[in-house]
Design a binder for this molecule. Structure first.
Ligand SMILES: Nc1ncnc2c1ncn2[C@@H]1O[C@H](COP(=O)(O)OP(=O)(O)O)[C@@H](O)[C@H]1O
Ligand SMILES: [Mg+2]
Length: 416
């Protein structure tokens, strides 16, 4: 019997809550016996930014990235370790920075998903390039913004083609708002998209082969956006939301992503699913935080112990072949996509791995969340996120939601 050590790197910005949780769960989990009879140990380190030789060999076997979407030094380091060293990444910049919201819309439209009608319009302001004036004068066709909006139909949304975090998003009800929003878009490249007047907003968070579908309330402040409500979708719509999230992730090889879908009268409309650096803060996920941390640990351990290989190429053909089938209904295509996505994520093997190799983890996490260490993390997090006069309120709020999780999880484990 041999023992293998795996080093997990965390690429972090300002957050302290989820990394502390991740490190603690991994520590409490301890060594894992692999299916190969070997023992696997896990270390976790926070990665620092420094000059690097392109030919150097990194020590990390897997990296979780929450930084490279805005800080380009680690982004270029991630590209190097993906291209040269086969480091397993959540997520690879090759699949993620090159595939922003617009590309994701195009792909899922081709697969027949119900992405609302969307039009890309040219920049409002000139592009900062000496060649722009000549090129635009020669090749930019004049266009009628009102006619485009009319064709899509009001209300609609104007939002950046590569958006995130609600930057530059506006809901538009009439031509005056349309022009005001376009004038304000300046140097941003914008989509116009038909608004869906939805019954329910379902946001799913996927980590590897696991997906949590949550009821989302976008108009609420951050700490109230995820509602704790089970069965808020019909079983069919719930399954479709899971399938869409998993399909998007398998298609782009995103391992850690959130997917926004609007549900109206049983139809599921995906609107935002290129969030490959998703928010997993304790203060926003609250009740769902233990699930997310556990899923992240399980997926990393699974990938490392089973020697899962990261792939850089997207292999889109098999998906497009299903999309092109004329005899298949939407439901049949979804089922076929789901089979591909589950094969990509090795869902069955993952579930079997968790059941046989990590049987104690549920109890470990429950004990931790029930105990004083977790409460200290909760208090520390609130103190670092909110102003002093709000500490008591948010500590009570989060404790209440986590107690609820402890109660539900205890019931679930007792019944299992
Ligand atoms: N087509 C749409 N129909 C209804 N609401 C939308 C639509 N597009 C965007 N929204 C609303 O605007 C918010 C931000 O848009 P989104 O596409 O998610 O951009 P971001 O990437 O900035 O989150 C969404 O969470 C949703 O509330
Ligand atoms: Mg969004």
């Amino acid at each position: 019997m041999t023992s293998t050590r795996h080093l997990i790197g965390l690429l972090l910005g300002t957050e302290e809550d989820w990394p502390a949780a991740f490190e603690e769960i991994l520590r409490r989990l301890g060594p894992v016996d692999g299916p190969d009879g070997d023992t696997h140990d896990f270390d976790c380190e926070r990665i620092t930014i420094e000059p690097f030789r392109l030919r150097y060999h990194p020590r990390y076997h897997l990296v979780i990235d929450r930084l490279a979407y805005w800080y380009y030094v680690p982004r270029e380091w991630l590209k190097k370790v993906a291209m040269m060293d086969d480091v397993y990444l959540l997520n690879s910049p090759f699949t993620f920075q090159s595939m922003e919201k617009h590309a994701a819309y195009c792909a899922m439209m081709r697969l027949g998903l119900k992405v609302p009608e969307t039009v890309l319009v040219p920049y409002k302001n000139p592009v900062d390039n000496a060649r722009y004036a000549y090129t635009a004068a020669r090749y930019n066709q004049p266009f009628d913004l009102d006619a485009i909006a009319q064709q899509i139909g009001y209300p609609l949304f104007m939002k950046p083609y590569d958006g995130g975090a609600w930057r530059g998003v506006s809901r538009i009800n009439n031509p005056a708002q349309l022009h005001a929003a376009y004038d304000a878009s300046g140097e941003m490249l914008m989509h116009l998209q038909k608004a869906v007047d939805y019954d329910v907003f379902a946001r799913s968070l996927s980590i590897g082969a696991e997906t949590m579908v949550m009821k989302f309330q976008p108009d609420q402040p951050m700490h109230l956006r995820y509602a704790v409500e089970h069965d808020f979708l019909s079983p069919e719509a719930g399954a479709e939301v899971v399938t869409i999230g998993r399909l998007v992730n398998a298609f782009f090889k995103w391992e850690f992503n959130s997917c926004e879908t609007l549900v109206k009268g049983g139809e599921v409309y995906p609107i935002d699913y290129a969030n490959a650096c998703p928010d997993v803060a304790l203060t926003s996920l609250h009740y769902y935080f233990p699930w997310a941390m556990k899923a992240l640990v399980k997926w990393c351990v699974f990938a490392l112990v089973t020697g899962r290989q990261a792939k850089l190429d997207l292999e889109t053909d098999r998906y497009f072949a299903i999309a092109a089938e004329t005899g298949m209904s939407y439901g049949e295509k979804l089922a076929a996509y789901r089979a591909l996505a589950d094969a990509y994520f090795e869902t069955e093997r993952y579930e079997d791995f968790c059941a046989t190799r990590l049987p104690g983890l549920d109890q470990i996490v429950l004990d931790w969340v029930t105990g004083p260490d977790f409460d200290r993390l909760l208090v520390r997090t609130v103190q670092s996120v909110y102003p002093a006069h709000e500490h008591d309120k948010f500590i009570a709020h989060l404790r209440g939601l986590l107690h609820l999780w402890v109660r539900d999880e205890s019931t679930r484990l007792a019944a299992a």
